[in-house]
Design a binder for this molecule. Sequence first.
Ligand SMILES: [Zn+2]
Length: 239
Amino acid sequence: MRIGRQAAAELEQQYPLSPDAGLRARLTAIGERIAARSARPGLPYTFKVLRVREVNAISLPGGFIYATEGLMRFVESDDELAFVLGHEIGHVAARHHVQLLERHFFLALVAQLLFGGDPTAAQVAAIVRFFVQRGFSREFEFEADRLAVAYTHRAGFDASAGLGFMRRLRVAEGRDPSQFEVLFRTHPGLTDRIDRVRRELRQLGYDVGATGHPRHAPGRRPARRPAAPRGQVPRPVAA
Ligand SMILES: [Zn+2]
């Protein structure tokens, strides 16, 4: 979808890319592993790191996925980064962007975009602003979390790492909200997300506790990780 490329160019004008090639290589290695296990493995996904302090990740139509330097510093493992990427790839694979455009922009514009017409610069800017500032509905966010669990598990990561990541986000949010502004404005409450992710993990056989409370103090002992699905051997991640 051409609008994806245009939106990506617009986003990169507003937010500079990180000069750290190592960060991008790590993001791409993990992202490609997950994308290969997604519902749309054939899309040409692009992974880039933005020079932004806030902890955030964003996806645009057509498989353009961005993480901030703040996020790259905040994650404590490849498994946590995999969960965040699984969430964004989930938005792409479930076609949330197109559905959002259809719901919130004039149908005529969407039809024009889908059939290869060129949007004006102002239209592209409005679309990027929309994805950055408003984000998706709660229902789409929960679906992206569910897909993140499924994709990361299939790709051989510890899918329960998303729980620890969201718990730390919840704590950090209280300490310095400015660092997390966008992520928290555009996503449902973390407590709700944690509860739902825990349910998904239990269904996959992860030992994450039967109640709504973590069984272990966060960070003390990782949740038990079940064997990867048949025929898939977890591989170490190229950093
Ligand atoms: Zn999301």
